[in-house]
Design a protein around this ligand. Structure first.
Ligand SMILES: [Fe+2]
Ligand SMILES: [Fe+2]
Length: 472
């Protein structure tokens, strides 16, 4: 963004916020139809009409007690509109998006909702529910979805997309999960910020996917926090990894990542009791799950600026390579390439994650599951390519060696996916390694010409109370 754009936005932010807050206050203080309300609403409309000459939409964000207009921080307004910031925080609002189609009546109805007590709003089922029941469709509200780090217990509020740039792999991964959460918080409004989705995928490609070892290590983080959000980000990372190996152009990779992160959007419409049901699903529950590709595609069709590919990916990702999946796909002889890639990433991430009804499979078992599914539910060529990329024991996987040592996979050996480079964590006595020892499992014993060490099996780090992150 150029500095003149930035200063223009700051100027617009000043006018928008002052007229917005003045109108909200007059609605709170005076009865409906009062001349002061009419006057302040007219001033607000004038400010918005002027702003929409240069802006496609107006995005007011409250992030960590600071105001932003379309990504530009409004430092002065932050100091002058403390009560407005507090009003948003109490109502759990992180963003207010105004579309050019918003008419005065709609704005007045919205400001009336906003002026109600925070308690009353939550009793009415939240601000988004009230907006929908008042038929307000051109004003969107994003809610703060706190990200709770289970390791530190620290509560972090949602991040701005601009903060996704130039991050370390771990920070980029966490920021992507948070950004995706914040995008999903607006689903009730039938609104998806494609700008945030695009920024998230750009950041994942730049900071995570191109650092393949960092990526492998990061996938271990998925055991923390909410499954759906981690799953969506993981599927995007793994899909882009496959796309990179297929030498896709950057623009294609971006679109693949966007399609992948949105693949399970329809799951957000499945009751959470079904998603988290510990036991077997009954027929009716299973039918509901099976609707998620269609519901996700329908939802995406309502989003402006969305690529058809995202809709196709959501619709087809459970279609299976042999076309025996759901929903039934009659019109095509084969699924689109993106859908076939996403299906592999989806299967791998799903089986290696803990679910309410079963524990995660260890990577070597997941490897076998993908292998067995190849040719039936998964494209065999893509499955082979994928397994070669991640290896039987991917980076970050904990393994037991025949020497009795416990080690962490450090680097996949693409010439021999059963013999990665590993970092020894515990010796054969179970004592922690005193110094960093990385060994290559392809190394041979000169006397016997046999490998010095072999992997016996993958281990579950949680059973061994080992926090992988401490050793990466
Ligand atoms: Fe799915
Ligand atoms: Fe999925």
């Amino acid at each position: 963004m150029t500095s003149s754009n930035e200063s223009d936005l700051k100027q617009l932010g000043k006018i928008i916020l002052s007229t917005f807050e003045a109108a909200q206050k007059s609605i709170r203080l005076y009865p409906a139809g009062h001349p002061l309300i009419r006057q302040s609403m007219a001033e607000l409309m004038q400010a918005l009409t002027g702003s929409f000459k240069s802006l496609k939409e107006i995005n007011l964000n409250v992030i960590r007690n600071e105001l932003y207009l379309n990504d530009v921080p409004l430092k002065e307004e932050t100091m002058q509109h403390v009560s407005f910031i507090q009003l948003c925080i109490k109502r759990n609002i992180s963003s207010i998006t105004l579309l050019p189609e918003a008419k005065m009546e709609e704005l007045e109805k919205f400001l009336r909702i906003l002026s109600q007590d925070a308690e009353k709003i939550s009793q009415m089922g939240g601000i988004n529910k009230m907006i929908i029941s008042d038929n307000i469709s051109n004003i969107k509200v994003g809610r703060v979805l706190p990200y709770i780090s289970t390791t530190t217990g620290e509560k972090i509020e949602e991040k701005e997309t601009s903060e996704l740039e130039g991050l370390s792999a771990t920070a980029a991964y966490k920021a992507a999960v948070e950004a995706f959460k914040s995008v999903c918080s607006q689903i009730d409004n039938r609104y998806i910020s494609m700008k945030t989705i695009k920024a998230t995928i750009q950041s994942l490609i730049e900071n995570v996917v191109h650092s393949k070892s960092a990526m492998g290590k990061l996938l271990n983080l998925k055991h923390l926090d909410d499954y759906t959000f981690h799953h969506s980000v993981n599927v995007a990372i793994l899909s882009v990894l496959i796309g990179s190996a297929l030498k896709m152009e950057r623009s294609e990779l971006n679109l693949l990542g966007e399609t992948a992160i949105l693949h399970d959007l329809g799951k957000l419409m499945v009751p959470v009791e079904i998603i988290n049901k510990p036991g077997k699903l009954n027929d009716e529950e299973w039918e509901q799950i099976k609707l998620h590709p269609v519901n996700g595609a329908r939802l995406l069709m309502e989003i402006k600026e969305i690529s058809d590919m995202c809709i196709i990916g959501a619709f087809e990702h459970h279609g299976r390579y042999d076309l025996k999946g759901y929903p039934t796909i009659r019109e095509k002889k084969e699924l689109s390439l993106f859908s076939q890639i996403i299906a592999i990433a989806d299967t791998y991430d799903a089986v290696t994650s803990d679910r309410a009804y079963r524990a995660a499979f260890l990577p070597d078992s997941a490897f076998k599951i993908i292998l067995e599914a190849s040719g039936s539910s998964l494209n065999p060529h893509l499955a082979k390519l994928f397994l070669n990329l991640i290896g039987c024991y991917p980076v970050g996987c904990l393994v037991l060696l025949d020497s009795g040592e416990i080690a962490l996979v450090w680097e996949v050996n693409h010439s021999d996916i059963l013999r990665p480079k590993v970092k020894i964590l515990f010796d054969e006595e179970g004592d922690s390694a005193k110094k960093e020892i990385i060994v290559d499992l392809t190394e041979l014993n000169s006397a016997t010409n046999q490998p010095k060490r072999n992997i016996m099996k993958a281990l579950d780090p949680y059973k061994y109370n080992i926090d992988i992150a401490d050793h990466l």
